[in-house]
Every structure is written in structure tokens, then in C-alpha cells.
Design a binder for this molecule. Structure first.
Ligand SMILES: *Cc1c(COP(=O)(O)O)cnc(C)c1O
Length: 436
């Protein structure tokens, strides 16, 4: 696991998930199709939980893959849930996650969301002074008090993540300086039980040292803020942002090394604050590796010297494949799924059904030269930010089917949208009459 470079290694056989061939999954569930490997999800979570300081709790960020069965699987394996919308909250609750293991985060919470959390005693991660006032008002109105952790926008930034937070003007969290300048904050919100601090430094971090340095600085900041504001450290959430290697030249985090560097920070802190709950919140890292987006090639064609494989699904289900944080198109790892294919390889543009040139899953991808209609092509490492973060309604194709393979058994966890569902919310008026 130490070094898993992303390569286009030649396909040598038919590809399978836990012994079930992709061609069988495609025949059974249709394409385009997302397939998640539950064993992979379990391995990612256990790889951390079994090594991390025993006091550390891992919360799954539903944002990365909000499917209710994915949430239920992670819950069964010991993860808790971090949600950011009313529907995500209900998803986690129906997946069986108890309220005390859910936290609600997000910069634009509605009164309805705040109310649901206060009623069920779901921990709120508060992102602004205005939100804190709303939580106080809602809790007082309900004759209760609300547990709240303050999200801090730290004054420091740590380099090395795809999307750096901290040290910048952001809509997320409350600036460290503003908190330090407001020691009376707790007193002004009698219906709020301030219980600790949260910091999320950014996503797609692929350097073990950066993860550890972030964590150390966040724990340190929580101590300083606690002392200044008189807020007890019931809980400190150090965020996460652990990445997944997608592109050539990227390397996966080594979980052993990551934990080896993290644990001393947690141990030091826990020695000083034995009662504090320590939290990491992870999305991509837990589910990213597990997913394959499988599309079927409909046509192959040549245009001005370039080969195109036009498939039945594209960026409408996998917007991330367009490219993350880069103006140059970088490809996710892709492979032919249903057969070995010729040894001779050539560069293929793998495109989808949308009427836009941006609908390119992979540009100049090395695939067998004999790629043909009917073949299945898979985009790997697609378990996070897949259809949920894609324009699934574009051209009215709708959501693809999703399948979870767990303990050798493939289960449908979301059926694909059909035309009736796509049209159900549209309202047809009759414009043939000339009356008003
Ligand atoms: C998106 C997000 C996460 C999950 O991020 P990943 O990179 O998928 O792990 C966690 N915490 C916060 C605050 C987020 O916005």
C-alpha cells in the first residue's frame, strides 16, 4: 500500500469485484453503473481505526457519497456520521446512526436544520456568529439547550493540500482572531452549551507529514481558544481531508505512516485532556478507492486522427473526471473491464452521451487498440464525489444505478432514474387554449 502509483497497467483478464465479473454486473444492473466494493471501504476504515489512538472517533462525511447503504455499511463498521443537509441527517438516522454519533456541519444551515438538530440533540458545528445566535434562539424557544462546537477558520495555513483553507477569508467557520477577541461569547448565548472546536484544513491531502502537522496545530489552537473563551474541550474535531491518488505522479497516503505521525499528537493531547472526545471527519479517503464507474462503449469513431469511444455514460455522472484543480485534463485511472483486449494499445478519447465537448471521461487514455462497441470501460477510484457531485439531470439522463458488493454479494443500492421519475416534478400546463 505504501506506493500505489496510478498507472494504466495493461489489462490481462476480465475484471471483477470480489469474484463477480463486471460484465455480469453490467448485464444484471445495466449501464452506466457505479459499483462499490464494500471490502475496500471496510479495509480503509479499519486500516485507520485499528491503528489510531483508541480515543479517536472517525466520522464519515456523507457529502462524499450520500447513499444510505454506504452510510449503513460504514456505520456497521464503526464509523459515525457527519452530515450537511436535512436529507443527509435523515439518511444517517435511517441508516441506524444514533443521534449522539451524528454531527451537522455547513455554513448555511436553515432554521429547520438547526431545529431538527436541537430537538434530536445532534451536535452542531457552528460556522458564524449569526448562526450561533440562531441556535441560541431556537434552543431557548424549545426550552432546551444545544450542544455546539465552533468551527474555526485558523490564522495559519498548511501547504500541500488540493484546496487549502486557513489563513484566508472564507465563508467557513469563524476567524480565529474574531474568537480570541470575544471572550464573552459563551455568556451571551445562555441556551448554547459550547463544547469544543473544529477545524477543517482542506481536501485531497496526500502527504502524511501535512496531515500530522495540521492535526498538531489544530489541537494546539483548540487549547488556546478554550483557555481564552472559557469553553470546555468536550470535543475537538481535527477535520481530515485525507486524499486519494487519482492522477499520474500522485501517491496514496500510507495509512501506517499517517497514523504513526498522527498518534503522538493525539497522545500528548489526550494526556493533558483525558476527557476530550477526539474526532476526524473523512469522506473521500473512506470511499474513494472503492468505486468503479462502468460505462458501455456504444460507438467507436475516428476524427481527424484521434480515436473516440463514445459511451453510454460520461461526465453527467462523473464530473470529477473532467479534472480537479487543474486546467490541463488529467485522467482518472481507466481500464477495459470485460476482456483482456489486444496487447497493442492506442490512445482513446472516452466520451459520453452529452452534447458538449466537455463530456470527456478520459483524454488520450491508453486502452487496447481493438476497443469496440459493447465493451465496458471502468473509471477507477470513483467512490467519492461521483454522481452526487455531477450534473446528473443534464440532458435528462438522470441518476445512474449504484451497486454495492459486500461479502461476495452484489446488491442494488440505488435504481437508475427513468423518464417518469425525471418528469414527475415538472408541471405541464396546457397552452393550446387561448383563454387566460
Ligand atoms: C467536504 C468536507 C469533508 C470531507 O472531505 P473529504 O476530502 O472528502 O474527506 C469533511 N469536512 C468538511 C468540513 C468538509 O467540507
Amino acid at each position: 500500500m505504501t506506493d500505489t502509483p496510478v498507472t494504466d497497467a495493461p489489462t490481462t483478464q476480465e475484471r471483477a469485484v470480489q469474484g463477480i465479473a463486471f460484465s455480469e454486473l453490467a448485464d444484471r444492473f445495466g449501464t452506466p453503473l457505479y459499483v462499490y466494493d464494500g471490502d475496500e471501504i471496510a479495509a480503509r476504515l479499519r486500516g485507520l481505526l485499528d491503528r489510531l489512538h483508541p480515543g479517536v472517533e472517525v466520522f464519515y462525511s456523507l457529502k462524499a457519497n450520500p447513499n444510505i447503504s454506504v452510510c449503513a455499511l460504514l456505520h456497521s463498521l464503526g464509523a459515525r456520521a457527519e452530515v450537511s443537509s436535512l436529507t443527509e441527517l435523515i439518511t444517517a438516522q435511517r441508516a441506524g446512526v444514533p443521534a449522539e454519533h451524528i454531527m451537522f456541519l455547513g455554513p448555511g444551515k436553515s432554521r429547520a436544520e438547526v431545529t431538527a438538530c436541537v430537538k434530536d440533540d445532534v451536535l452542531l458545528i457552528c460556522e458564524s456568529f449569526g448562526e450561533l445566535a440562531l441556535i441560541d434562539e431556537v434552543a431557548a424557544g424549545l426550552g432546551t439547550s444545544a450542544r455546539v462546537v465552533l468551527r474555526v477558520n485558523p490564522a495559519f495555513a498548511v501547504k500541500g493540500s488540493g484546496l487549502t483553507m486557513g489563513g484566508k477569508p472564507r465563508q467557513f467557520g469563524i476567524d480565529e482572531e474574531a474568537l480570541l477577541a470575544d471572550p464573552e461569547l459563551a455568556g451571551r448565548h445562555p441556551a448554547v452549551r459550547l463544547s469544543g472546536f473544529q477545524v477543517y484544513m482542506g481536501t485531497r491531502i496526500l502527504t502524511e507529514e501535512v496531515v500530522a502537522e495540521n492535526t498538531g496545530r489544530i489541537l494546539d489552537l483548540a487549547e488556546r481558544l478554550s483557555a481564552r473563551l472559557g469553553v470546555p474541550l468536550d470535543l475537538v474535531d481535527v477535520g481530515g481531508g485525507l486524499g486519494v491518488a487519482y492522477f499520474a505522479g500522485e501517491r496514496d497516503l500510507d495509512p501506517e505512516r499517517t497514523v504513526e505521525l498522527l498518534n503522538p499528537h493525539f497522545e500528548d493531547f489526550a494526556a493533558r485532556h483525558p476527557g476530550t472526545r477526539l474526532v476526524m471527519e473523512l469522506g473521500r479517503y473512506l470511499v474513494g478507492h472503492s468505486g468503479t464507474y462502468a460505462v458501455r462503449v456504444r460507438y467507436v469513431k475516428e476524427s481527424r486522427g484521434e480515436q473516440f469511444a463514445v459511451a453510454d455514460g460520461g461526465t453527467n455522472h462523473h464530473m470529477a473526471a473532467v479534472g480537479i484543480g487543474s486546467f490541463v485534463k488529467r485522467n482518472f485511472p481507466m481500464r477495459l473491464l470485460n476482456r483482456a483486449g489486444s496487447d497493442e494499445r492506442r490512445k482513446w478519447n472516452v466520451t459520453g452521451p452529452l452534447c458538449t465537448p466537455n463530456d470527456t471521461l478520459g483524454k488520450a487514455v491508453e486502452l487496447p487498440a481493438d476497443l469496440e462497441p459493447g465493451d465496458l470501460v471502468g473509471v477507477d477510484r470513483s467512490g467519492a464525489y461521483g454522481p452526487t457531485a455531477s450534473p446528473v439531470h443534464f440532458l435528462s439522463h438522470g441518476y445512474p444505478a449504484e451497486v454495492l458488493v459486500h461479502r461476495g454479494r452484489a446488491r442494488l443500492i440505488r435504481s437508475r432514474d427513468d423518464a417518469e421519475e425525471m418528469l414527475a416534478r415538472q408541471i405541464l400546463h396546457d397552452f393550446t387554449t387561448h383563454e387566460d
